[in-house]
Design a protein around this ligand. Sequence first.
Ligand code: AKG
Ligand code: FE2
Length: 364
Amino acid sequence: MGVARQVRRLIKVIGELEHVERLNPESRGVPEATMVSDGSQLQIPRVDFRGLSPSSPGGDRWGAAREEAMSALDSFGCFEAIYDAVSSDTNDDLFLRALPELFELPTETKMRNKYAGMPYDGYIGQIPNLAFDSLRIEEPLSLHTVQQFTSLMWPDGNPTFSNAIGTFAKQVQELEHMVVRMILQSMDVEKYYDSLVESLTHGVRMSEYGIPFDQETKLSLNEHVDPTMITIVTQYLVDGLEVQTRDGKWIRVESQPNCFNVMLGELFRAWSNGRLHAPLHRVRVTGDQTRYSLIFGCRPKDEIMFEGPKELIDEEHPLRFRPCKYPEYIRFRYSAEGVKLEDPLQAYLGVEEQQVDARMPSAK
Ligand SMILES: O=C(O)CCC(=O)C(=O)O
Ligand SMILES: [Fe+2]
């Protein structure tokens, strides 16, 4: 690699991982997960999705789950979905075989995972003092792109890997569809469900966390908000994900079989005109086991001008964020300027009050 390219790559990685690097040396101690008054730990609510289906979005159980999900999203911006569509065989194939095998590949092989487009879209690893290695498949719902990724990593093929990732993505997308439907129903804008779902594209990030170098903080991935609509995180056997409450307390998400952490990203916050909360989260690996996670995210397709429904803009809720295309936003977000900001969404897309008045009549 030429020096200029190496430098560009380094800048990119540093930019992308600003949230990993933004460790404040003055406050090295990291608060542990918060205890509540009875001595137990504060927990992210669990919502039972077993037996629910995206093709029958109604009925008592659906309504009850929707209420619980919305209440958790309102408080925490996330919840734990109990969802048994991903079989334990698929989970075992992924977490006990496919992922360890993937991360054991030589670095040069893993570095083949790159896409021409967005920042932060391929392999991330080899960062000094960070036991973090991560790859990403763009559009894991297409057999073709999954197989392309697989053949880059294993020229002789690896059907166990392709099948497990493909099955996983399809089943997790069903969960995502149910959550999107519930959110839109509860905001009374269900008529936008089809067009919204149609406008989204997906990615799955596969991450490996070793024992953290920094044994004081045990931080493996620094706090950040995801630039997605929704992110669904699966951790299996080894915990690490922590979510911050609105009042700044950290909650550790305990991994359980059939549990998926459904978390809102900043683009749903924008789409909902600021009604939905996208939480800060981080990863801390506190034990002595390597941790693997799958991070399934959706975001608007590149060509879509993303904007929320006009029904969510009124006197009481003036337009908060201007419409934008994802690539434009994401380039800013990972620019040298964007990565320094605490709230890049607000900084780049936030509408000033005087602009709100001007925009109100023509808002979509
Ligand atoms: O590994 C996890 O649990 C979460 C990782 C994460 O937050 C991310 O990749 O955006
Ligand atoms: Fe994240």
